[in-house]
Design a protein around this ligand. Structure first.
Ligand SMILES: NC(=O)c1ccc[n+]([C@@H]2O[C@H](COP(=O)([O-])OP(=O)(O)OC[C@H]3O[C@@H](n4cnc5c(N)ncnc54)[C@H](OP(=O)(O)O)[C@@H]3O)[C@@H](O)[C@H]2O)c1
Length: 253
């Protein structure tokens, strides 16, 4: 039975991923911070592991990976609203915790496959806007960085660390960078790659992009945006894999 370890398993995207994977007979280990999420995760078919990521050392995270020996790791945690209220938590969870998980995977020396969730526009804002952005994207970028600068910077720094330290860690990573999403009805279709901000995408469709990446090892090394669109998810992800899309080249970091 294939197995997955999800850091941030109680998150909304993570729960959609869990439900899909359990249906496909995956064993899902779900690292969560709060005890009260246990019943819901058990109901979904996951095996919860209580461990607050922001309070865990690399050694403790390494132990979790070594105990569960997953075939694949997903990083889906984020400080979310807690981070918007206290930006230090964005730094702690969205950046530092993510980096500790990357280090723990290298230390565990087991699975190398990692899929992480970042955000659209996580980039060095001192450099020019991405070439594929239009006027509306540039305005959306100003809005995002104006509203939650610490959060976007934290995601950027985690992605940068993952990409730039990979000659040391040697992880098989994929970074998914969705635009804004909400709980709209999923359409089963997205735009993936150099996608830009608009239109927004459904959270469940983002989760299905994860699942499509799990099923498509040719997405290893890809860093790509996801917004609402018209291409069936598997096909959109296959195109990303074939084109080896990397929206986080040197020009943007
Ligand atoms: N919403 C958007 O438009 C958007 C767009 C692009 C990217 N993203 C990113 O996508 C990611 C997932 O989104 P989502 O909608 O699933 O968010 P979510 O529901 O807020 O999930 C984040 C999860 O991380 C967990 N977490 C936080 N701190 C933790 C810790 N110390 N230890 C263990 N778990 C911890 C949270 O658990 P608790 O509930 O216990 O805190 C929560 O379950 C987030 O990183 C978000 O920033 C969001």
């Amino acid at each position: 039975m294939p197995s997955v370890l999800i850091f941030g398993g109680s998150g909304k995207v993570a729960k959609f991923i869990t439900a899909s994977l359990v249906k496909q007979d995956y064993k899902v280990y779900s690292v969560i911070r709060r005890e009260d999420h246990v019943p819901e995760l058990r109901e979904l078919g996951a095996t919860p592991i209580i461990q607050s990521l922001e309070d865990s050392t690399v050694a403790e995270l390494t132990a979790t990976i070594q105990t569960s020996t997953p075939d694949l790791v997903i990083f889906a945690a984020g400080a979310g609203l807690r981070g918007f209220e206290d930006p230090n938590l964005s730094i702690l969870v969205d950046r530092d915790t993510a980096i500790r998980v990357f280090d723990a995977m290298a230390e565990a020396n087991g699975t190398k496959r990692l899929i992480t969730i970042s955000t659209i526009d996580a980039r060095n804002r001192d450099k020019p806007s991405p070439t594929w952005y239009n006027e509306e994207d540039r305005k959306s970028s100003d809005k995002l960085w104006g509203a939650v600068p610490t959060y976007v910077k934290a995601k950027f720094e985690a992605d940068k660390d993952l990409v730039e330290q990979n000659s040391r860690r040697r992880l098989d990573y994929t970074i998914i960078r969705p635009t804004w999403y909400g709980d709209d009805e999923p359409t089963g279709k997205v735009k993936a790659g150099f996608a830009g901000f608009s239109p927004k995408v459904s959270r469940k469709d983002v989760a299905d992009v994860f699942v499509a990446c799990i099923e498509n090892p040719a997405t290893i090394g890809c860093v790509f945006e996801v917004s609402g669109g018209e291409v069936p998810i598997h096909e959109a992800v296959q195109r990303v894999a074939e084109d080896k899309v990397n929206t986080f080249g040197e020009m943007y970091r």
